[in-house]
Write a new protein. Structure first.
Length: 307
C-alpha cells in the first residue's frame, strides 16, 4: 500500500494523496474526508522509516506540518511493530490515541510458501486436502485472467457474497479501476470455473517477496464443489513459482463474536494450522485538533449506539 501503483489507484478513485520522503523514509499519505469534522491523514502500513534513523523526529515534524497545512484534524498511522509505535510516541509532542477502528486487519495469516508442495500439503488439515482433491475430481478449472468478462463476473460475485454476508462491498467501479490502474504483473484475477460458469474468484497481489490474497467472492449455490480451496492452492503454487517467500491469506480474527470472521479464520488456518498469526499494534491517531477529534469520537459512539 506504499507502492506508486497503489497510490495511482487511490487517485483514480478520487482520493487525494500526498508523499513525504527523505534519505531513510518514504510515505504515501491518503486524505480521508468525514462529515462535520473534515479531513484526516491515513498512512497505510509499509516501510515507513528506518527505526535507527537519527532524523525520525524531523520526519514527524515535517509530516505534522504537512497535515496542518492541509487542515487535517489527525494523522492515522499503522506501525509495523511495537518498537515502531514506541518510537512514534517518543518522536511526537502531540497526544496519541488508539484509533476506534482498524483500517487494515490487525491480525494477518501468512504462511511460508518456500517449502515444497508435498510439505505444504502435509501441513494442511486433512479436510482441506480432501476438499482440494474433491474440487479437482469435479473438474473445477482455474482460469487466471484480467479480461473484462472475468472482472465483470467477479463484481457480480462480490454482490452475491455481500448479500449473503450482510456486508457493504466496494462499488463495482472500485474494482474496475483496480484492474485499469494496477499492472497485470502485480495484480491477477483467479477464477474457478465449474460446468462453464465462474463460481468463485479472487484478486491476488504479487509484490516484492510476498503474494497476498486481497479480495474474494463466490456463489454459495456451488459451495459443495469446494472451489475456494482449489483457488487458494493454485495461488500458493503460483506464489512458489514467482519466488515468493510468504503467501498472505490476509486478515483473520482469533477472538471474535462475528460469525463471518470465525468462518473465514477457520478456512484460512486450515491451510497451515501450525503457522502462527502475525499481529500488529493496530491503528493510532496523532491528534492535531483535539476539538475535531473529540467530535469525531462522539459521532462514532452515537452511530454505534443507534446500530
Amino acid at each position: 500500500m506504499q507502492s506508486d501503483w497503489w497510490r495511482n489507484f487511490q487517485l483514480a478513485v478520487g482520493r487525494k494523496s500526498l508523499n513525504i520522503k527523505g534519505e531513510n523514509f518514504w510515505n504515501n499519505i491518503f486524505e480521508h474526508k468525514l462529515p462535520i469534522v473534515g479531513k484526516y491523514f491515513y498512512i497505510p502500513r509499509g516501510n515507513i522509516f528506518k527505526i535507527k534513523d537519527k532524523n525520525v523526529k524531523n520526519y514527524f515534524d515535517n509530516l505534522i506540518s504537512l497535515a496542518r497545512d492541509n487542515s487535517a484534524g489527525w494523522i492515522r498511522v499503522e506501525p509495523a511493530s511495537q518498537e515502531m509505535l514506541e518510537l512514534i510516541r517518543e518522536s511526537v509532542d502531540l497526544p496519541i490515541a488508539k484509533a476506534p477502528h482498524e483500517m487494515q486487519p490487525r491480525e494477518l495469516f501468512i504462511i511460508d510458501c518456500s517449502k515444497n508442495e508435498a510439505e505444504l500439503l502435509a501441513t494442511m488439515k486433512p479436510k482441506t486436502r480432501y476438499n482440494i482433491k474433491l474440487a479437482e475430481k469435479k473438474n473445477v478449472k482455474i482460469i487466471v485472467s484480467n479480461e473484462k468478462e472475468y472482472v465483470d463476473r467477479f463484481c457480480d460475485l462480490v454482490e452475491i457474497t455481500s448479500k449473503r454476508a450482510s456486508i457493504t462491498p466496494h462499488p463495482r467501479n472500485y474494482y474496475q479501476k483496480m484492474f485499469e490502474i494496477i499492472p497485470s504483473e502485480n495484480m491477477k484475477l483467479y477464477c474457478a470455473e465449474f460446468e462453464g460458469e465462474i463460481i468463485a474468484a479472487n484478486i491476488v497481489i504479487f509484490f516484492d517477496n510476498t503474494v497476498t490474497y486481497l479480495h474474494g467472492a463466490s456463489d454459495d449455490r456451488f459451495r459443495n464443489v469446494m472451489a475456494p480451496y482449489l483457488l487458494q492452492w493454485r495461488q500458493i503454487q503460483d506464489a512458489k513459482k514467482a519466488g515468493a517467500v510468504g503467501y498472505d491469506f490476509g486478515g483473520v480474527k482469533t477472538v471474535t463474536e462475528d460469525n463471518n470472521w470465525a468462518g473465514i479464520t477457520r478456512f484460512k488456518q486450515s491451510f497451515s494450522p501450525i503457522t502462527r498469526i502475525s499481529e500488529f499494534p493496530g491503528n493510532y491517531d496523532i491528534i492535531l485538533s483535539p476539538v475535531k477529534y473529540r467530535t469525531y469520537r462522539i459521532i462514532r459512539r452515537i452511530k454505534s449506539l443507534l446500530r
